[in-house]
Design a protein around this ligand. Structure first.
Ligand code: F6P
Length: 323
């Protein structure tokens, strides 16, 4: 293999730039030509492909977002779209790809390989940490730190005004962001899709707190929570506790931005190197990840279809620590 392409796809995540940097430099180190593909699969279809050098990735390790831009492509979901993408890669002589993204990105790469035989090795780039095959995804640590910083600030108002704050965090269908936010942010209650908490249980926990003379509370709600988003939960709880002074804060995309943490830079660098080395070793349709400090490659199909379970022990910690 002489020429490879690299792209970022799906929701951006802090550390994607550090990963691009590692991919480009590892490629150069190994004597490969490396091409940056802009705007994920959309850019591949349109031929937004530029040769990168070691200097193309100078001064980006500390930057949030992705210099290659990102997109969720609907056109790549069609055979015609993938055909166009293949033709563009052929035009540039690109024989292998490094995809930095989440499960949607890897689903596309799998189909692309089956149809056109272009091998892809992936790096898990998503703040959600919802991918099987790695303990942590690139961007997760930074997102959690960003959210906890915001929760600390909200806590000041919760305490001063003796309020209950219902704080919604990201994570799509997963509670991986919510759990450390609840533990590290000192929340009284956490609600995640993996373990449904009834409104009644929230009301009872708040009542028990008021009975112990607590005057302020933080409730962390994962956006994929089943009874509904933070507004829905707050309204339902308010019906049962009419005297509660409640506010809702949705942290939203603030969690996706900012300079990556040291842990994310390290992870992104390790996995960027592993992706290029994986391609050179003949790997395809696999994601590089770290499990128990060891580098592992997991088939894309497993990263997409297998559940990464949240330990019930973590949920129990929130209950114990809020007593
Ligand atoms: O996958 C990352 C993520 O931020 C999720 O947590 C969230 O549900 C989604 O992306 C939001 O996507 P968008 O930025 O397209 O609205």
């Amino acid at each position: 293999m002489k020429k490879i392409g690299v792209f970022t796809s799906g929701g951006d995540a802090p550390g994607m730039n550090a990963c691009i940097r590692a991919v480009v430099r590892t490629a150069v180190y190994n004597g490969l030509e490396v091409y940056g593909i802009k705007r994920g699969y959309n850019g591949m279809i349109k031929g937004e492909i530029t040769k990168m050098e070691s200097s193309s990735v100078s001064n980006i390790i500390q930057k949030g977002g992705t210099i290659l831009k990102s997109a969720r492509s609907t056109e790549f979901r069609t055979k015609e779209g993938r055909q166009k993408a293949y033709e563009q890669l052929q035009k540039h002589g690109i024989e292998g790809l490094v995809a930095i993204g989440g499960d949607g990105t890897f689903t596309g790469a799998n189909i692309f390989y089956e149809e056109f035989g272009i091998p892809t090795v992936g790096a898990p780039g998503t703040i959600d940490n919802d991918l099987y095959g790695t303990d942590y995804t690139i961007g997760y640590d930074t997102a959690v730190n960003t959210a906890i910083d915001a929760i600390d600030k909200i806590r000041d108002t919760a305490d001063s005004h003796e309020r209950v704050f219902f704080i919604e965090v990201m994570g799509r269908d997963s509670g991986y962001i919510a759990i450390p936010c609840a533990i590290g942010g000192g929340a009284e209650i956490v609600m995640i899709p993996e373990a449904i908490t009834s409104i009644e249980a929230v009301v009872n926990a708040l009542r028990a707190g008021y009975d112990r003379s607590k005057t302020s509370f933080i409730v962390i709600i994962a956006e994929g929570e089943v009874p509904g988003n933070a507004n829905v939960v707050a309204a339902k709880v308010q019906e049962a506790l009419p005297n509660m002074d409640a506010r809702v804060t949705t942290l939203g995309h603030v969690q996706r931005g900012g300079s990556p943490s040291g842990a994310d830079r390290m992870l992104a660098s390790q996995l960027g190197i592993a992706c290029v080395e994986g391609l050179l070793a003949g790997r395809k349709c696999e994601m590089a990840g770290i499990i128990n400090s060891e580098l592992v490659y997991t088939p894309f199909i497993d990263t997409i279809t297998k559940d990464k379970l949240i330990s019930p022990r973590l949920l129990q910690m929130v209950e114990v620590l809020s007593v």
